[in-house]
Write a protein that binds this ligand. Structure first.
Ligand code: GLU
Length: 280
């Protein structure tokens, strides 16, 4: 059977100007959709402290200059916190969330005290302090309005979801291993969602059928696959692509100002030249 054309997306965070690595990602996603598929742009701006409107405008300017075309309206995550709250409520109804009052220092102290610090893809695993809180103390602290994040009880979540698989077009079939992240944060103290939750909910709401992104986010897909199962969302295919590196083999990053698309354009490079530099 023929594979229907893919719905893909490029999902940058507007925390700076786009660089060549972003151009590679955007061009890759658009190429995977092809002429027959759909290519979407999504603005991942849940972090209000770091995201800026001028960078949203810059993203659209740069992508337009690269001659990419995307569907409108563009989804901005900051306009959809209700969708993420609804997903949190579904997980809470399954008894899979608990409030976490810990500061970074609380976590560091507990890790030091226990003398062992297993690490996952995002750093040290949460040592479970608030998962083990006495229910009465938890209720008191909630009633007192103490700031808290919401964490996924990973052991219970995996127990409820059972074994899961997903497909990466580059790496092949995968068995989901979300346990490597431990009890991930699904809502931050200051924001009623987190990267993992918002991206999973949005890819489903936007009917994305092929998630493309850099291989640096490969492990995150284990968590996203789990959240899809728990929230009864469809599972897209994945394609984690290589990361573009500079001449010295270093990854492009936002701090490399000289390699922003804006700087390359202002230095006189044509869009075709920049596409070629980005591997297209
Ligand atoms: N917003 C993420 C980033 O800029 C990418 C999210 C994704 O593609 O899943 O790194």
């Amino acid at each position: 059977m023929d594979q229907p054309p893919f719905v893909t997306r490029f999902a940058p965070s507007p925390t700076g100007r786009l660089h060549l690595g972003h151009a590679h990602s955007a061009l890759f996603a658009a190429a995977q959709a092809g002429k027959a598929g759909r290519f979407l742009l999504r603005i991942e701006d849940i972090d209000s402290g770091r995201c800026r409107d001028e960078f949203v405008a810059g993203i659209e300017e740069d992508l337009g200059w690269l001659r990419l075309e995307w569907e409108r309206p563009v989804r901005r995550q900051s306009e959809h916190f209700d969708d993420y709250r609804a997903a949190l409520a579904r997980l809470a109804a399954r008894n899979l969330l608990y409030p976490c009052f810990c500061t970074r220092k609380d976590i560091a102290d507990e890790v030091a005290r226990s003398g062992h610090a297993p690490h996952g893809p995002d750093g040290v695993l949460y040592p479970g302090l608030c998962r083990r809180l006495d229910p009465a103390e938890r209720a008191d602290r909630m009633a007192a309005g103490e700031p808290h994040a919401l964490r996924l009880d990973m052991t219970q979540a995996i127990r409820q979801a059972g074994p899961l698989r997903w497909l990466d077009h580059a790496a092949g079939p995968q068995v989901a291993a979300p346990e490597i992240f431990g009890d991930v944060v699904l809502a931050r103290k200051d924001t009623p969602t987190s990267y993992h939750l918002a991206v999973t909910v949005d890819d489903a709401l936007q009917d994305v059928t092929l998630v493309t992104r850099g291989v640096d986010l490969f492990a995150a897909s284990h968590v996203h696959r789990l959240l899809q199962a728990l929230l009864e969302l469809p599972t897209p295919d994945y394609h984690h692509h290589r990361l573009l590196t500079d001449d010295s083999g270093k990854r492009f990053a936002k701090r490399d100002r000289s390699l922003t698309l804006q700087a390359l354009r202002e230095a006189g490079h044509s869009a075709a030249e920049v596409r070629a530099m980005a591997g297209f």
